[in-house]
Structures are given as C-alpha cells and as structure tokens.
Design a protein around this ligand. Structure first.
Ligand code: GCU
Length: 749
C-alpha cells in the first residue's frame, strides 16, 4: 500500500501529548530541525507505521526463516492474461519481495527447484497437466500443495477460477507472514458461505452513520473521473480475507444513488473491485419509483412500479454486468416499504427479486423491523413479522438478520429467527463498527462474540443445529425447494482515517469478520493470533499476551457497560456513553427504562412465558433453558428475567452485589490490558504503541464512567449499599445525567 505520513495522527478524541517533539504545523525547535534535515538528507525515507498497510504488512522475515522460504520460492510461474491473474501475480511479487527481500524470478515454466506455480487448468498448461483434484473446490476454493513438477520441487496454488487462485496467493503469503512451514503443504479450502459482504452505512455526503473512522472512503463528488488509490487498497484488503461483495451506500438509503449520474460513479467503483472478485451492491430505497421515477406509488403490485424497477435493473446491468443486487431496509425506523401500500415483506422483496433475476442478481431483505404502533416486546417483532412468510420468498432473496433480536448490543442471545425459517436463506448481519461497544477507541475484539452466536445451538433440528449451520445453509439443505444461497453481512468500520478503522485494533474486527464469513466454524482465538502476527509481530512474547488481551476484551466491555444481560442503556441518539436514565421521547423502545425495567424490587426484562413470552420464539429445549432463572446462562439473566435485588446468583452474591462486582471487574480488566500493553513497548514501533496506549487510557476512563454512572443510577432503585471494598462513584448521579455530547461522531441523520 502507499506509504505516506500525510494524514497521520491526530484522532479527534486523542488525549495524548504529541510524543515526537512539536506537533506538525507548529515550529520545530532548532535541534529537532537539524535532526530532521540530517535524516532527510542521509537516510532512506522511514516508513511511518500508521496502520495503513493493515494485515498486508509484508515486513521482512527474520534471516533464518527467510532462507527456508527463499529456497522454496525461487521462481514464479503464473499467468497474466486477465486482470485478476495480473493482480494475483503482482500480489505475490510484492508480498514476497517485502517478506524475503527480493521477489522470485518470473518464468514461463518451472526449470529449477523452488517453483511457485499458480493458476487454473484453463490459465496454466502446467496446472492442467498435473491433473489435480479440483472437484469440490467450487468457483472460489483453492488448494496449495508441495509437489514435484518436471523433476523440481514446487509449490502449487491451484483453483477453478482466477479469483480462487488469487485467494490462494493471499493464503500462501499469510503462511509466510505467520511463519508457518511451507515445505510439505497439502491444504484445500473453499468458502462455506457464498455471499461475504460488507455493508457500508455511508451517505452520499460522505457522513458514515455509526462510523468512527472519519468520512466515507467513497469520494462521490470526484467519482467517476478520480479513482482514489484507496479503492484498490480496499479491494486488496478485502480479497485477502475472501470478502466478495460490498454494498456501497447506507441502508437508510437515498434514492439518488439510482440516478444515472450516480450509477456512472458506481460503475467506476465496480471496475476497481472486479479484478479482486468483489461485486458491488446498492441499498435501494423502496420509494425510489416515486422520488426519482415520477410515479404516484411504489406499491409492489402496481404494474408501472414493477416496470420501473425492471427498467432500472436493466439500466444498472447494462453498465455493471456483474452487479450483485439490492439490499433493502423497509418498514423499519421510518423507512418506506411495502407495508405502506398494504403489502407484505415478501411482496416487496419478490418484486425487486424479479427485476434483478434475469441478470443473476439477488436481494438481501433486512429483518430488522419493529413498529412503535406494536405494543409487543420489540425483541419479538421481527420473528412475528417474518416467520409467516417462510417459503414465500423468491429463490434469489435472502433475509438478512442481525445476530440478536434488539440491535447489536454488547451481548445478545442469538436471534430467534435463526432456525425458524427453514425454507428461506437467512443471511447473518454482524456489526463490525462498534456502535454499542465503545466506538473506535475501546479495544474490543469481536471475534469471541461472533463465535458465541455462530456456535449457539438453535435446536431447530435437534441438538447440534447451530446458527453457523443455518447461515451456511447446511442445516436446511434438504428442505424441499430451498434456495442454495447463503450469506453473511458485516456493517463496515472503514473510513477515510489513515488506519482505515479508526484504531489499530479495530482492524482486527474487519479481519475476523472476513475470516468467519469464509468459514463460520473458525476459532476466534486462532483468528486473533493470525491477525496479530500479520499486523504486528510473530514474537511469542508479544503474540501471547496480546491475543490474551483481545480474547478478554469483549467480556470486559460487556461487564463495564451492560452486565448480566442488561441492554440498550447508552446515550440517546449518538449512543455514546452510559445513560440508563433515558426515558420519554418519541417511542418507548428507544429508551433505556423500557429495557432495564428497574424498580425498588428488582431489575430486568421479563421475557418468560408469563412475561412477554419472547422465550417461546426459540425451539422448546432452548426456550425451557431461557425461561428458567436457575438455568439461563447468567450472561442473559436480565435479558429474560426480572429479578429481585437480593436474589442470589451462582456466585452466592446477591444480584445487586453481583452487578456491582461485574461493573468493577470490567474496569479492572481494562486496567490489566493497559498494564500488559505498557509492558510490550519494546515489541512495537513507537507510533502504534503510543496510539494504542492512549486509546486504552480513554477506554479505562470511559469504563469507569460506565460503571460509576450505572451504579449511581441503579442504586436509586436498589437502595442498597455498595459491597465491601467497592469504591463509590466518582461523581453524583446528577453530574452523569448532565453530560451532553451533541457532536459525538457517527450519529444517524
Ligand atoms: C441501529 C442504528 C441505526 C441503523 C439501524 C439499522 O438502530 O442505530 O443507525 O440505521 O440500526 O440497522 O438499520
């Protein structure tokens, strides 16, 4: 990637003193100026470790290991007839050049030991001749094998398509980046999920809804004529982890994106993405036929509306033959949808599906719906609305379901829709951007949270019916007439910040999302270790403690924000910081008090059979467990139960004491993360070490704030003293309530 220090540094929330002398823009002291001049004249330009390279940082391998690798990678035999082939070849030359100090020699045929042979039977005569077993790898899978070819030792990366070979090339680089042996390779892999898609909640004015990494990377104003090199870097990064689709605009969509002027810009972006195997998709505003088409209605049963969408699809596909299709947020949070015309979600989705079907397009129809006219528990509404339509959706529709039934809370039980719509492919929607998990400053690795959801057992078809099997389609593969589509969506945390994600450690969440979309059975810890090695260092003295920090970080955030199954207690609108006191306003289920239901007697949302009965939306074995306060996992206790302040929990503490204990435990964990990181300064370049250290300081301050504000507030209900040894909140409840953040980033607009 391009190395420049141009945009380095100053995060808006940074509390840090600038550690490198005077801030850029200030006047340099004479000595510093002399040093700077000397450095400029005498030394090669130093590369700033600003995080821009992500996990594609191909820093030189230590001399011992490099020798072994070099002997195996002397020469590269790779086709270059297509754009994707050239990209794969260039990635290998660039990556190996960085890792090994010199790129392998390019050759048409292996004529010495140490050949790296890349391609498909169609692109490479050598690979065609090898007669490898490529069956079962599908269009995107690949194999990597150590073989003897024409009497020479060789490493073969083979696939059925150019994109498969590109994925294989990135995998080979990853083996080196993580210092794996490559002398006896025999691995094959193909994606378990077909559509691996990023959702950008990016507006056309470059504001990113729930974005904490600067502006949108899509520079709509300068497109299509200016193609920022970042687009290519973005495509490389995504291809390296197997992401094969991107929805460019916000689900709260602006119909303008479907006008000719914008489609020209979309076409230009699609051209950048194409060689990397990435299709572009658009969020479609359901009322677009009225807003930009001049029609009086957007009723999906209206013939003129259907014609309008078909013509729009034809227009898009004429420009972008591999256009992916539409993502739709309909009849949710004020967005228009088929229900405005008395039609169902299936009617709306199918109408769009029919428009894109002739071109091979798909529709991702979101199940994130809830209505304020509906007095029922918000957690139940998506299930209630969608389950009756199972079996009604066209083959090219996926219903996209958030991991939990409320809204990306720090921890949620898996969404009851998983397993409940066997005839419909359900696409998982994870949120990579940390709207409810400390924005970009808190170090919270989301791998364990996603793993927890994917491994959760729905019991839809008996024990072992995990969410991962619903998402990859394997659980319901025999369901008559079920479409073979499968997908995973991740709400992107990518922005114009130099480090892409607003912090170094948030890059790990982008990475982990891609890896889990490829294979939802992967282990979050293994992914973390892989990422740390590629991004920072392979030294076990660094890798082990950092992976430990990452693995503990999600539970820590849950503890200091919303322990024991509490949820939705953040600031109104911007969602920054604690605000369990939020009440009133336009709708009850946008308040905190709706969700925690604290009284003098107790706290928690009663979703048992005698409460809102949300538990009954789960399969009976799961419902029974969730319904029983003695058996429900304690992490979900107050999600499903209203409990008395002095009820005992498994630790033997009262509920009140346990709550306080968990808040404090979360803060203590962050303190420990800081101490661990401080001790690792020798293993990291000063720039990245410094930023992570300062962000951890912010996190500690804010964790304390969450603890103190929450305890001060809930104590007004429990009326109980803090347990022995627990410090009182630093400030009064009134102080916490008085805090306002009108300019917090990422607001919805
Ligand atoms: C959350 C988020 C919104 C977003 C919505 C959605 O409510 O705060 O900004 O639009 O989810 O997923 O559609």
């Amino acid at each position: 990637m391009v190395h420049t220090t141009a945009n380095r540094g100053h995060h808006p929330l940074s509390v840090a003193p600038w550690p490198y002398g005077r801030r850029p823009g200030g006047r340099l002291p004479l000595f510093a100026f002399a040093c700077w001049l000397a450095a400029l004249l005498c030394l090669p330009a130093a590369q700033a470790e600003d995080g821009h390279d992500l996990w594609l940082r191909h820093a030189p391998v230590e001399s011992g290991a490099a020798g072994d690798y070099r002997a195996r990678l002397v020469q590269l035999v790779a086709p270059e007839a297509t754009a994707t082939q050239r990209v794969a070849r260039d990635e290998l030359l660039r990556g190996l050049g960085g890792l090994l100090g010199a790129s392998p020699a390019v050759s048409n045929a292996p004529d010495r030991d140490g050949a790296l042979i890349l391609g498909t039977p169609a692109s490479s005569p050598r690979i065609a001749k090898l007669g490898l077993d490529l069956d079962g790898l599908g269009a995107e899978g690949y194999l990597i094998r150590s073989l003897s070819v024409d009497g020479h030792t060789a490493t073969v990366v083979a696939a059925n398509s150019d994109v498969g070979a590109l994925y294989g090339a990135f995998h080979l680089l990853r083996l080196l980046q993580t210092r794996q042996p490559i002398d006896a390779l025999d691995l094959r892999t193909s994606p378990k999920v077909a559509l691996r898609v990023l959702n950008h909640w990016d507006n056309l004015d470059r504001h990113v809804e729930r974005g904490y990494a600067g502006q949108s990377i899509w520079d709509w104003h300068r497109l299509p004529d200016w193609l920022d090199p970042r687009y290519t870097d973005y495509a490389r990064a995504n291809a390296s982890i197997g992401i094969n689709g991107t929805v460019l605009n916000n689900v709260n969509a602006n119909a303008q994106i479907l006008t000719p002027a914008y489609l020209e810009k979309v076409e230009a972006l699609a051209g950048v993405m194409r060689p990397y195997g990435i299709r572009v998709y658009l969020s479609a505003r359901f009322s677009a036929p009225m807003e930009i088409g001049g029609l009086k209605t957007a009723d999906p049963k209206d013939a003129a509306v259907q014609r309008w969408w078909r013509a729009k699809a034809d227009e898009i596909y004429a420009k972008i033959p591999d256009f992916g299709g539409f993502l739709v947020k309909a009849n949710s949070e004020g967005q228009p949808g088929p229900q405005d015309f008395g039609r169902s979600h299936a009617d709306g989705a199918n109408m769009l599906a029919d428009a894109v079907a002739p071109h091979g397009g798909i529709v991702m129809w979101r199940a994130f719906v809830y209505s304020d006219e509906e007095p029922d528990d918000r957690a139940k509404q998506a299930y209630t609305e969608f389950v009756p339509h199972d079996g009604e959706f066209r083959d090219n529709v996926l219903v996209q379901v958030k991991n939990g039934a409320i809204d990306f809370q720090p921890r949620e039980p898996f969404h009851p829709l998983f397993g409940a719509m066997p005839k419909t492919p359900l696409m998982m929607e994870f949120q990579i951007t940390k709207e409810y998990l400390g924005f970009a400053t808190h170090l919270v690795y989301l791998g364990p949270m996603w793993e927890e959801v994917l491994r959760a057992d729905t019991y839809a078809k008996g024990e072992g019916s995990t969410v991962a099997k619903v998402v990859d389609g394997s659980l319901e593969a025999d369901e008559p007439g079920r479409s073979r589509l499968s997908g995973m969506a991740g709400v992107a945390n990518i922005g114009s910040d130099r480090d892409w994600s607003g912090s170094h450690f948030d890059q790990a969440n982008w990475y982990a999302y891609g890896r889990l979309a490829w294979d939802p059975y992967l282990d979050a810890r293994d992914i973390a270790a892989e990422w740390v090695r590629m991004t920072f260092s392979n030294d076990p003295a660094f890798v082990d403690p950092v992976v430990g920090m990452m693995m503990a970080s999600h539970q820590a955030a849950v503890d200091y924000m919303t322990p024991l199954g509490l949820h939705h207690l953040m600031g109104r609108g911007h969602h920054y910081g604690p605000a369990p006191w939020v009440e009133g306003g336009p709708r009850a289920d946008w308040t905190s008090v709706y969700f925690h239901r604290a009284t003098k007697e107790g706290i928690g949302f009663d979703r048992t059979k005698t409460g809102s009965d949300a538990v009954s939306q789960y399969a009976p074995p799961v419902a029974e467990v969730f319904n029983d306060p003695a058996r429900v996992p304690e992490d979900f206790l107050l999600w499903f139960h209203h409990r008395g302040w002095t009820d005992r929990v498994s630790s033997g503490r009262t509920l009140w004491d346990e709550l306080v204990h968990r808040y404090s435990r979360g803060v203590a964990e962050v303190q420990e993360m800081r101490a661990t990181w401080d001790g690792l300064a020798d293993h990291v370049d000063p720039e990245r070490h410094h930023q992570v250290a300062r962000f951890l300081a912010i996190q500690q301050k804010e964790a304390q704030w969450w603890r103190d504000a929450s305890i001060a507030y809930f104590q007004t209900f429990s009326g109980l003293p803090l347990p022995e040894g627990e410090a009182a909140p630093l400030h009064s409840l009134d102080y916490y309530k008085s805090l306002e953040f009108p300019n917090a980033p990422g607001d919805g607009r």
